[in-house]
Write a protein that binds this ligand. Structure first.
Ligand code: ATP
Length: 203
C-alpha cells in the first residue's frame, strides 16, 4: 500500500488540512492518508494547546465518511516531544510492506532540515510538499538540491502545486473564535459545533 502520513497539531483541523490531504492522495496516487495529531509538537514553541483527546475527536468528526482517511493517535503513547522520525519508524515496523509518504505543508518543508534526524526521515519516506498560500517557495528542483546538500543524501520529493489553495489556518480560526467572529464554512460543520459545545478558543 502507498501510505500517506500527515502530522500536525490540528488545533483545530480545518478545510486547509482536509483539502491538502485529498489533493496529495490524488496527485501521489496514495491508497490511504493517516492523520497523526502531535501529542507534544516540538515546533509550536510552548504555545497553548488544546487537549490531545479533543484535537483527536475533532479530527475524527472531520474525516467521518472518508474511508481513505484515518486518524492515528499513536503519538499520545510516547512521552516527550513528538518527533516525526519516531512516528515513521513505528509505522514502518507495523507496516513493513508499505511505501511511506510524509505529507507536509510548504511552511513546514522550509524548516525540514531542522527536524530531528531529517536524513533518516528522508530515507524512510518520500516527502510530499503541498504548496501553501502566502509561503514563498523555491522551485521543486531548487528545493531538492538544497535539501540534498543539507542532508547529505538525495531525498525523494513530490511537489504538489496548483489550486485549490485554501488560505485557512488554525491560528486564524482561534483568533476568530476569541473575537466572536464566525468560522462557518472554514471547517467541517461538526467540528464547528464541537468547538461551540466545548467552549474552545474563547480566550
Ligand atoms: P497554525 O496556524 O497554528 O500554524 P496550521 O493551520 O498551520 O496551524 P498545523 O496543524 O500546524 O495547522 O498544520 C499541519 C500541516 O498542515 C503543516 O505542515 C502545515 O504546513 C499544513 N497546512 C495547514 N494549513 C494549510 C493550508 N491552508 N494549506 C496548505 N497547508 C496547510
Amino acid at each position: 500500500m502507498r501510505l500517506g502520513i500527515f502530522g500536525g497539531t490540528f488545533d483545530p483541523v480545518h478545510f486547509g488540512h482536509l483539502a491538502l490531504a485529498e489533493e496529495c492522495l490524488a496527485v501521489a496516487g496514495l491508497d490511504e492518508v493517516w492523520l497523526v495529531p502531535a501529542a507534544s509538537p516540538p515546533h509550536k514553541g510552548g504555545k497553548k494547546l488544546s487537549r490531545f483527546d479533543q484535537r483527536k475527536e475533532m479530527l475524527e468528526l472531520a474525516i467521518a465518511g472518508n474511508e481513505k482517511f484515518k486518524v492515528e493517535p499513536m503519538e499520545a503513547d510516547r512521552p516527550g516531544p513528538s518527533f516525526t522520525i519516531d512516528t515513521l519508524e513505528e509505522i514502518q515496523k507495523r507496516k513493513p510492506n508499505d511505501e511511506l509518504f510524509l505529507i507536509i505543508g510548504g511552511d513546514s518543508a522550509l524548516e525540514f532540515s531542522t527536524w530531528k534526524d531529517p536524513a533518516k526521515i528522508a530515507s524512510l519516506a518520500t516527502i510530499i510538499v503541498r504548496i501553501r498560500p502566502g509561503v514563498i517557495m523555491p522551485t521543486e528542483q531548487e528545493f531538492i538540491s538544497q535539501l540534498g546538500k543539507e542532508l547529505g543524501v538525495q531525498p525523494k520529493v513530490i511537489f504538489v502545486a496548483g489550486p485549490p489553495y485554501l488560505d485557512v489556518s488554525s491560528s486564524l480560526l482561534k483568533e476568530r473564535v476569541s473575537n466572536n467572529k464566525s468560522i462557518r464554512y472554514l471547517l467541517p460543520r461538526a467540528v464547528e459545533v464541537y468547538i461551540q459545545q466545548k467552549k474552545l478558543y474563547l480566550s
